[in-house]
Every structure is written in structure tokens, then in C-alpha cells.
Write a protein that binds this ligand. Structure first.
Ligand code: FES
Length: 103
């Protein structure tokens, strides 16, 4: 379940899905954004700029492009407006590509 908040008021999570995050399998729930899955796994920074500065969710609604990640090999995907799905491969982004193994 990671660090997700408990739900109250009759709300329920969607069915569990398994995706990979930087090559590691993690559980997320249908209806969640990739950004939520990253937060739940303790990652505030979704990428580093070409000069190495960390960036993460800023607007949370698809406008600022600060939350870019690589999804299924496609760089520059906005984590805040991309919904998780079974088998998805998510990698934090380093410049224009996936985060290096030592990152
Ligand atoms: S946080 Fe601004 S586009 Fe995702």
C-alpha cells in the first residue's frame, strides 16, 4: 500500500495493478496517476534536468511539465495526468531519457 492515506467517507480504491518503477515492481491502484504511485513509493522528484536539478509535481494538472517521466519507453510523459495500468513501465527521467542506474 506504500504511504497512501487511508480512505474515508465511502471511497474505495480501484483494483490493484502491478507496474515497474525504475525496474522494481510496485503496486498501484486503477484510477491513480503515475505521480500518485511515485509519491506512494517515496519519490517526490520525478526527474532531473539536463543540469542535474531535481523536479517533481508542481501544478498537478498537466500544465507545467515539471513531472516528466519515461512511460513504456516514451520520455516526457506527464506523471500527473497519466493513469497507471497493469504492466506499465515507469522510469524517472534524467534529462531527456531514463534515470541512470546509479541515479
Ligand atoms: S505537475 Fe505540472 S504538468 Fe505535471
Amino acid at each position: 500500500m506504500g504511504t497512501r492515506l487511508p480512505l474515508r467517507g465511502g471511497f474505495e480504491r480501484g483494483p490493484a495493478v502491478t507496474l515497474t518503477l525504475d525496474g522494481r515492481p510496485v503496486t498501484a491502484y486503477e484510477g491513480e496517476s503515475v505521480a500518485t504511485a511515485l509519491f506512494a513509493e517515496g519519490h517526490v522528484a520525478t526527474r532531473r534536468t539536463r543540469t542535474g536539478e531535481p523536479r517533481g509535481v508542481f501544478c498537478g494538472m498537466g500544465v507545467c511539465f515539471d513531472c516528466l517521466v519515461v512511460v513504456d519507453g516514451v520520455p516526457n510523459t506527464r506523471a500527473c495526468v497519466t493513469w497507471v495500468s497493469e504492466g506499465m513501465d515507469v522510469r524517472r527521467q534524467d534529462g531527456f531519457g531514463p534515470l541512470r542506474e546509479d541515479g
